[in-house]
Design a protein around this ligand. Structure first.
Ligand code: MG
Ligand code: MG
Length: 312
């Protein structure tokens, strides 16, 4: 069988493209790995799987091995909407794309996401009102296309694009700050920067502004909720506390809770940082082939479009 990623146009041609590909594959693999143990407690995971480290499917969504959930699906939908409009992040276009995705009856969808899309459907609103209590991780989980398409641009451009896509469903200061921090982390990793610059830059700035995001390397948080602060503390502990893609993802998802989303976000950062060759081949082989190809195509298209616009 000829694997789709052997096609020459779907091969990265430089280090940034290679890392962009790693970010997308990391997102999908982390989602698929974590979904098996989403909403489980660490001791339940231990009893059922020992250490959970295979793309075996199952979980509360009864997934096939290698199947992904809304985290990857929404990122791909967002990326398509951006690519179809020459790299622009247009509120109505993105909201319409999210609405079309919801009509396709996805395998799962978060309550806050559903509420935002219903508001768009009913009233054509593309920005939810500011909600101090609504700090879910749903805007952050799908943010990867924003990190890629604004790569190399002014930080303010990234922030503006990030908030357009986020506010369709999630309008909250912690969600905004956390999502923008993840975009900056991915962009630093794409540029080949090392851990001290990643932790000393965006992560430190986030914690200075919102000390709730402070994380520990010892006695890690377990059973992280879908609250953006819990989610990102888990991602930070996992990413900064390990030296390999696999260790990072296993660390994060075995804490249970919102494991597909902690896996997806850790996967995009670790994938950009370690590159696609850092992702275990047994996970890539199990990943849904259609999703694998979509991730490969979208990663390369977005980063090439971003770099082409920079040169204009
Ligand atoms: Mg999910
Ligand atoms: Mg989730």
């Amino acid at each position: 069988m000829l694997w789709p990623w052997k096609k020459s146009e779907l091969q990265p041609e430089n280090d940034v493209e290679r890392r962009a590909l790693g970010a997308y594959l990391g997102l999908a693999v982390g989602d698929a790995l974590g979904a098996t143990v989403e909403f489980m407690m660490p001791n339940e995971i231990q009893a059922r799987h020992g250490v959970h480290n295979t793309l075996c499917g199952g979980g509360w969504l009864r997934l096939k091995p290698g199947q992904v959930t809304d985290d990857t699906a929404m990122a791909l939908v967002l990326g398509e909407a951006i690519l179809a409009h020459n790299g622009q992040v247009i509120p109505h276009v993105v909201a319409e794309a999210f609405d079309q995705w919801m009509r396709s009856k996805p395998v799962d969808i978060g309550d806050t996401v559903r509420r935002g899309i219903v508001q768009f459907r009913l009233h054509q609103t593309t920005e939810m009102p500011l909600d101090d209590w609504g700090g879910g991780n749903g805007a952050c989980m799908r943010t990867l296309p924003i990190a890629l398409i604004t790569y190399g641009r002014e930080d303010a451009d990234m922030v503006a694009a990030s908030r357009i896509q986020a506010h369709i469903t999630h309008h909250n200061h912690h969600s905004d700050a956390g999502t923008e921090c993840i975009n900056r982390m991915v962009q630093l990793a794409l540029a080949g920067k090392d851990i001290p610059e990643i932790v000393g830059g965006p992560v430190q700035t986030l914690i200075q502004t919102y000390p709730d995001f402070r994380f520990r390397r010892k006695r890690p948080l377990s059973n992280p909720s879908g609250y953006i602060v819990d989610t990102l503390r888990t991602v930070f502990e996992g990413f900064f506390g390990t030296d390999h893609f696999e260790d990072c993802l296993v660390n994060v998802v075995n804490r249970g809770g919102d494991a597909d989303t902690t896996g997806a976000i850790a996967g995009m950062i670790a994938g950009a940082y370690y590159g696609p060759e850092g992702i275990p081949s047994r996970w890539l082989k199990r990943l849904d082939p259609t999703i694998h190809q979509a991730c490969r195509s979208q990663a390369l298209s977005l980063i090439r479009m971003a770099v082409a616009h920079l040169a204009e």
